[in-house]
Design a protein around this ligand. Structure first.
Ligand code: F6P
Length: 502
């Protein structure tokens, strides 16, 4: 852990008696605590921080060598030591890596992009009307978010569907709406062993009845070939891209099919601009670095155990779900790279929902609950619709919530008292476009990585998910009447379940 805890705690103690409302009353506060780049304004004015505390945080960023960390990441150093690999997602969109490894990765990326483009052109000139992207986790959440968020930029050539869950209800609902003769299926799975994707993929393959419209994206091309998918319809990804960082690769094929080439290129360009910003901008003006420092301050110094993601834009409704995986799968670790326990808390629980809907749901707890929740509010200045009155109302709610949480409102009636002191980050996008969305998602990716450097943990493995998968595989035969398995509780449950399944 690279945080100077005693000094940071001293800062928190110094600020403890100062209400956040007083900090927010300073006339220059908003401008002093805002940084803009690539059409995104990061506002930290409503954090329980002043300039001195921020300097101490920035000193931790020096100690953790965040700049060196970004260089190592983009150059393909082994930043994922438990799997002995680099994490070169930046090579999917940027030319910044100068090492031979990064250059070789970039060449493969560009060659794959060309092949994907060729397949897209073929699909566009075919009679296919519907695309089903089958995948889960990182092979689903990013593409699904982007396709949903950027509907206004879609060229309308295809209807895009996502099939994720092993629960057959999703498949049963989707297939009656589609015609197999006019549907193409993309099996998206880095490992090509994921149970959900394998089962759903097999069902869709039978349903298609013709493999010529079955495609795969995987790092396990041998396995795709083994089940008979012609290599001309298999696009590679690589072990040096983590699933949750992979929407920029052929995993995002559905994005390219939805937006057309220009839209996909703009998305990549926005992310590339954020890569350059992260690598080249001084720490105190660096959006991902500042975002990460504030996240760690809230988690470890103020002890906030959950993080709400609150987009005030319906188009970003899937952002909380995407960030749940990105943040919690990356930072949900309890040991440092060395294997020793981390001395502080790491990842908060990430959750959220869109405004203003959430105001009428869980905001009561944000304002008056016993737990203070760290919040990221995300707003978009220019709407993509003509309902100006609605948009003004949306933005007024966004600003009001940030103020109400921070400043509160005193009342002698305890039930009507708002304590305030509840910090939030405000991320304001000039407009939601492929470019700005690419930049926003890359900002979060780099913030996550910067947090991992501050905690000295591995952001790129996910061993925690393996045990449950293994046990489920061991139990599967018992569900069809095979040998009982599991511990006493599971066995007892199986005894009552199995007769019901017959
Ligand atoms: O179970 C977690 C996980 O491995 C994620 O990290 C990954 O994004 C997801 O499963 C899907 O994996 P795959 O792309 O290999 O099917």
């Amino acid at each position: 852990m690279k945080l100077d805890l005693p000094r940071l705690q001293q800062q928190a103690a110094r600020l403890a008696a100062l209400p956040l409302s007083e900090l927010c009353a300073e006339p220059q506060r908003e401008r002093e605590f805002a940084v803009s780049a690539i059409g995104i304004r990061l506002g930290l004015a409503r954090q329980k921080l002043d300039a001195e505390a921020l300097q101490v945080l920035l000193a931790s960023a020096e100690v953790a060598d965040l700049v060196g960390g970004f260089e190592r990441l983009m150059n393909g150093d082994e930043v994922n030591p438990t799997e002995q690999r680099p994490a070169l997602h930046t090579a999917l969109r940027s030319d910044l890596g100068e090492s031979p490894i990064a250059r070789a990765a970039r060449a493969e990326v560009l060659a794959t992009r060309q092949r994907m483009e060729q397949l897209c052109v073929e699909l566009e000139s075919s009679t296919v009307t519907d695309i089903v992207s089958v995948g889960i986790g990182g092979s689903d959440l990013g593409p699904r978010l982007v396709v949903d968020a950027l509907q206004e930029f879609a060229n309308g050539r295809f209807r895009i569907h996502f099939l994720t869950n092993v629960d057959g209800s999703a498949t049963a609902r989707l297939l009656p709406r589609l015609d197999p003769k006019h549907t193409a299926v993309l099996l998206v799975s880095k490992s090509f062993t994921t149970q959900e994707t394998q089962l759903n993929g097999a069902i869709l393959r039978d349903w298609l009845g013709d493999d010529s419209r079955l495609y795969a994206v995987t790092a396990n091309t041998q396995r795709a070939a083994a089940i008979g998918i012609d290599e001309t319809r298999v696009l590679p990804m690589w072990d040096w891209v983590g699933g949750r960082f992979s929407l920029w690769s052929a995993v995002g094929w559905s994005i390219r099919l939805a937006l057309g080439r220009t839209g996909f290129d703009d998305l990549l360009a926005g992310a590339a601009a954020m890569d350059a910003h992260a690598l080249q901008t001084p720490l105190d003006r660096n959006l991902p670095v500042l975002h990460a420092l504030v996240a760690v301050w809230n988690r470890d110094i103020l002890g906030l155990s959950t993080q709400a993601v609150l987009p005030y834009d319906e188009r970003l409704a899937l952002l909380p779900a995407f960030l749940q995986q990105l943040v919690m799968e990356s930072l949900g670790k309890r040991v440092e790279l060395s294997g020793n326990a981390v001395a502080v808390d790491t990842v908060p629980v990430v959750w959220g929902g869109t405004g203003t809907n959430s105001q009428h749901s869980f905001f009561q707890a944000l304002h008056q609950g016993t737990q203070v929740v760290a919040a990221d509010f995300i707003g978009v200045v220019k709407p993509a619709h003509a309902y100006a009155g609605n948009h003004r109302a949306l933005l007024s709610n966004l600003l009001a919530q940030c103020e109400a949480l921070a400043c509160g409102s005193a009342s002698s009636d305890p039930h009507r008292h708002y304590p305030g002191g509840r910090p939030s980050i405000l991320l304001l996008l000039d407009a939601l476009t492929p470019h700005s969305l690419g930049a926003l998602l890359a900002l979060y990716e780099h913030s996550v990585y910067a947090q991992s450097l501050l905690w000295d943990i591995n952001a790129f493995d996910q061993w925690g998910v393996e045990l449950g998968k293994r046990l489920a595989n061991q139990l599967l035969p018992a569900l069809s009447g095979g040998e009982p398995a599991g511990d006493a509780v599971t066995r007892s449950l199986l005894e009552s379940l199995v007769p019901e399944l017959r």
